[in-house]
Ligand binder design. Structure first.
Ligand code: SAH
Ligand code: SF4
Length: 385
């Protein structure tokens, strides 16, 4: 089968071109056509020698993901649902803001971590996405949106990528790193390291590897100030408890593009949101690590049995942290009218690991129900215009 060029970072593409007898500068040209201009048709790559175009036509393709639906929220947020085969689908969300465009990218079909408050986690795990499937989400979004909404034709739309869609990116490390490199490459998307964020529930050894291989901004999903509560909310904590996680965060800061780690904290009514929890968080973090706190109002879904903390409690919690000198923001919820908000991304996942059954056995969940089916609006598929 023809290789998919979206699977390669520039080094990979250079090696592939070498197998065709082509010099490295040809790989640069090709990489720019694909990622900077969004071109999938080799015949349209006018400055590539005809002989190379001929070789590529026989050996390679630029294959994005088949699009199942596109939903546009009242606030301008866009959610795409992509088919990744065998009954699985993943979601990608574009979030426009006054000064920038952010893309929230998925790394897996489902997720094996199984956090209690996360819709993806409740669905179980099917499989890792390939590098090509990760980068296809950015390729599609960037080139689909370029020139729309009154933007000048060549102007970049997405300048911020957050690996906060479906899946645990650090449990798909091998595919993640070439995708990150393509995002950062000046011949690719040219994104700043500070504007590419990997969000993790805390896979400690992989935080160390990311620091060595491809340091980008790091967000860590903390959600609790102590191990007992975190064990219950984020099952991975039983393997990598908070002290080990914070040590890894500290090591990461040596090479991080920003001088702080962002801790995400999902506010769950009556579970982790009292002033005592806030004080415990201050004790845990204050003297230990340079960080920022991002409080996320919980986005409910029926099977979780959990509720969003009332706004006043979120603000009171934030005040305790701020008064202690911890920089704290409360995340604005975007796109919730189209189920595009944090933790609502469920796609369609064929659970191959019986996560749902295991959770139910552990009585972590009051009930395991299906999620309401996403309305699928057919749209044109194929290369974005
Ligand atoms: N697996 C990674 C990245 C994807 S989840 C991680 O856990 O960090 C991205 C963010 O959404 C995480 O901070 C996660 O805790 C948060 N999240 C998950 N479910 C949520 C929900 N129902 N409401 C609000 N935030 C949620
Ligand atoms: Fe997986 Fe992140 Fe959801 Fe936890 S919050 S289940 S790690 S996607």
């Amino acid at each position: 089968m023809a290789v998919n060029l979206l699977d390669f970072d520039l080094d990979g593409l250079t090696a592939f071109c070498a197998t065709l007898g082509e010099k490295p500068f040809r790989a640069v040209q090709l990489f720019r056509w694909v990622h900077q201009r969004g071109v999938a048709d080799f015949d349209a790559m006018s400055d590539l020698a005809k002989s190379l175009r001929g070789k590529l036509a026989g050996a390679a393709v630029v294959r994005s993901l088949p699009l199942l639906s596109e939903h546009v929220s009242a606030d301008g947020t866009i959610k795409w649902l992509f088919d990744v085969g065998q009954g699985n689908a993943v979601e990608t969300v574009y979030i426009p803001e006054a000064d920038r465009g952010t893309l929230c990218v998925s790394s897996q079909a489902g997720c094996a971590v199984g956090c209690r408050f996360c819709s993806t986690g409740h669905q179980g795990f099917s499989r890792n996405l390939s590098t090509g499937e990760i980068i296809a989400q950015l390729w599609h979004a960037e080139h689909r949106l370029r020139g729309t909404g009154g933007r000048p034709a060549g102007e970049r739309v997405i300048d911020n990528v957050v690996m906060m869609g479906m899946g645990e990116p650090l449990q798909n490390y091998g595919a993640l790193v070439p995708a990150l490199r393509t995002m950062l490459d000046d011949h690719g998307y040219g994104l700043s390291r500070r504007r590419v964020t990997v969000s993790t529930s805390g896979v400690v050894p992989m935080i160390d590897r990311l620091r060595d291989d491809c340091p980008v901004a790091l967000a860590v999903s903390l959600h609790a100030p102590d191990d007992t509560l975190r064990d219950n909310l984020v099952p991975l904590n039983r393997k990598y408890p908070i002290a080990e996680l914070l040590d890894a965060c500290q090591r990461y800061l040596d090479r991080a593009p920003r001088d702080f780690i962002t801790f995400e904290y999902c506010m769950l009514d009556g579970v982790n949101d009292t002033p005592e929890h806030a004080q415990a968080l201050v004790q845990l973090l204050k003297a230990r690590i340079h960080c920022k706190l991002n409080l996320i109002p919980f986005n409910p879904f029926p099977a979780s049995g959990l509720k969003r903390s009332p706004r006043e409690r979120v603000l009171a919690f934030a005040r305790v942290l701020q008064d202690a000198g911890l920089v704290t923001t409360v995340r604005k919820t975007r796109g919730d009218d189209i189920d595009a908000a944090c933790g609502q991304l469920a796609g369609e996942v064929q659970d191959r690991t019986q996560v749902q059954e295991r959770m139910a056995r552990l009585r972590l969940l009051p009930a395991v129900g299906g999620r309401e089916v996403i309305a699928i609006v057919p749209v044109a598929t194929g290369a974005p215009s």
